[in-house]
Design a protein around this ligand. Structure first.
Ligand code: UD1
Length: 355
């Protein structure tokens, strides 16, 4: 069978790495990179480190307003699909690249297969929530990571083609954790980024809801400045621009460039706790048995909240400090996300679709 897979942003490279490897054992895959993320350390580094096959098409779309970015992608992806005539199109997650890919395929009546279907924050102001809902409603196979995702789809009347295949990011973490340790050490990372200590909190911030208002970033950083250990903050380029403008005199926060996937795994394994607004990192923290404080009002990954492994926190200086200092674990972790064989499960489901 011939599939077109569409990626564009960091979290999709991580997911495609696991599925591509499995899919290409028995099928033909044509990979499209929309170019939504284009900086070396937001894109190329993931392809080389995770040994993701070179994209057959790089659309070089780059940044833009949501409408313009999604619109240009839609037009360019349509051309590729018409040219390649695949049996199906695979899209990942909830970015603008996901929606553009799903829409282009669906309008050409090519079946859409959505990896990480069924997630909901129930906050429609998030661009990701809009992308997920729309993609799910035009997908033929809804490849869900959890039982909660299956239930979410049921509530919207979607039952056909819904499968819980486990979480593809679990495959990625299990596979690359070993490789990361073989090629990267904590000391190398500490030296490379001038971190200066091996006791640190790990944080990332990039969500539109937190980065659109610079006061929110300032509140978060002020809270970080009061902590008793340093906060290592690999910064997304957009957040970096905002932080630079604020001209804060940060002493406890170590701002560094976006790190590679291997570096992230090593930082995760060695940090005290994780403080983030990323969906993927919340889960990776859970997989690596680290407590997480999520700087958002909702999470799609509600399972991680059980036993206090993850805790939601508003953007309020006192609440942030209290959450970081006081989180107590109540329960052992449970196996909500499958066992790391999601890629082969997905390939099986893709094959069954055509029977
Ligand atoms: C996108 C996804 C988000 C995902 C995140 C992962 C959407 C709506 N959002 O958000 O769900 O969690 O990726 O990182 O698709 N920029 C650069 N260099 C890059 C990429 C971005 O400088 O390589 C800057 C640009 O100023 C750009 C801004 O970051 O305007 C935002 O990038 P964009 O791809 O639009 O969204 P993300 O915030 O990265």
């Amino acid at each position: 069978m011939k599939f077109v897979s569409i990626v564009g942003a960091r979290p999709q490279f991580v997911k495609a790495a696991a599925l591509s490897r499995e899919l290409r054992k028995t099928h033909k895959e044509i990979l499209i990179h929309t170019g939504q993320h284009y900086d070396h350390n937001m894109s190329d580094i993931f392809f080389s480190e995770l040994q993701i096959p070179k994209p057959d098409y790089n659309l070089n779309i780059g940044s833009g307003s949501h409408g313009a970015q999604t619109g240009i992608m839609l037009k360019d992806i349509e051309e590729v699909i018409i040219n390649e005539k695949p049996d199906g199109v695979i899209v990942y997650g909830d970015t603008n690249s996901t929606l553009a890919g799903a829409l282009a395929a669906s309008k050409l009546l090519i079946p859409v297969f959505h990896v990480e279907a069924g997630l909901r924050s129930y906050n429609k102001e998030m661009p990701e929530e809009q992308n997920r809902i729309l993609t799910d409603h035009i997908s033929k196979l809804l490849l869900c990571p959890t039982d909660t995702a299956v239930i979410n789809l049921e509530k919207e009347g979607i039952r056909e083609g819904v499968k819980n295949v486990g979480d593809i990011m679990m495959d990625t973490v299990l596979y690359y954790k070993v490789l990361a340790k073989e090629t990267t050490s904590l000391n190398d990372i500490i030296d490379k980024y001038n971190i200066g200590t091996d006791e640190f909190y790990l944080s990332t911030l990039h969500r539109a809801e937190n980065t659109q208002v610079s006061e929110k970033i300032e509140t978060i950083l002020n809270a970080f400045e009061t902590l008793n250990k340093k906060v290592v903050l690999p910064l997304h380029p957009r957040t970096k621009k905002i932080v630079d403008k604020l001209q804060l005199n940060l002493k406890n926060v170590v701002v560094i460039d976006p790190v590679s996937y291997f570096e992230m795994l090593i930082l995760l394994e060695n940090c005290i706790k994780v403080i983030t607004d990323s969906g993927g990192l919340q889960k990776e923290a859970f997989f690596m048995e680290k407590q997480c404080i999520t700087l958002r009002e909702q999470t799609e990954w509600v399972e991680t909240l059980n036993g206090n492994w993850n805790r939601l926190c508003s953007i309020d200086e006192k609440e942030i400090i209290d959450s970081i200092n006081s989180t107590v674990l109540e329960d052992a972790q449970k196996d909500y996300f499958g066992s790391g064989n999601t890629a082969s499960e997905i390939v099986k489901q893709l094959e069954n679709y055509y029977i």
